[in-house]
Design a protein around this ligand. Sequence first.
Ligand code: TYM
Length: 329
Amino acid sequence: MKRMLSGIKPTGQLTLGNYIGALKNFVNYQDEYEMYVFIANLHCITNYQEPAQLRKNLKDAVALYLACGLDPNKSVIFLQTDVKAHPELGYIMACYTYMGELNRMTQFKDKMQKGEKSMTAGLYTYPCLMAADILLYNPDYVPVGDDQKQHVELTRDIAQRFNNLYSETFTVPEPLTQKVGARIMSLQDPSKKMSKSDDGDNKGCIFLLDDLAVARKKIMSAVTDSYADVKLDKENQPGLYNLIEIASALNGRPMQDIADEFKGKGYGELKKYVADVVCDKLAEIQAKYNEIMTSGMIETVLKEGAEKASYVANKTLAKVKRKIGLEIR
Ligand code: TYM
């Protein structure tokens, strides 16, 4: 059975972008693949997080993994800090990564260009930790949204470099993105990725735990265009395209089908359709989330996940240390 690994960094509440680009696919793949899914809590602290809020976000994220359909009997679900091998291999991977490579990472470059003053060393080296997160488990595939593809490509380069130096050690993983939904855009600015941090009032971003009325309002006031003609035209009508893509990713209807249905009708009708699709999905997820939060199962899932993940990760780490010459025995 081929293996997959992926993770989400809950610096805030999980978004519809996280669900469509990542989480929903983890759930679909868990029957066919040996699946490792973790909460990337070490990645959260590359900038300051209020401790009580961070704790809540982490617990919510586990509950949402389960509410979205990840099944602990099929997938190994764990918290990054419960597996001590992550930061240790992360440091080692940093020693096989060039600063030039880190300088080229889009996420880092964007922040640099925006003139962010308080960038931490943790943020800079985070792709090395991400490489460790992946390589510890030797997965064949890493299902991610579009924005994380570059980090997986770097992981491949580091793995190949290490294998060439010390003989075959790591599986060189492939990033796996979906045709529909790999990059959900902001509802307020369809040239930007939907993201929890980008706009202050969050009108462009739907959270999985948003009140349904709030989510509906965000969709109804999504920025579109003045063509007044429903068409699938990513370049000229990116806002509309994004809304259709969201609905298609959630209900599986081909995008063209949805566009055809609303041809000649107003944007309002299309938005209402998309809002219905989104709200039905959120309602389903939130009902399960509420059950899980009161069930007491989160601790058990994480404990079992940490044991299974540690077993695999520790074996890889031991092999790496032996090959490098770090062990005396
Ligand atoms: P993060 O937490 O930013 O995002 C988690 C996953 O959600 C996807 N995603 C989106 N997909 C489509 N449209 C969007 N608007 C959107 N926003 C987010 C991301 O592509 C990602 O797949 N560094 C990673 C976390 C991580 C990780 C790993 C992932 C740490 N170690 C190892 C895979 C393997 C991150 O910050 O993702």
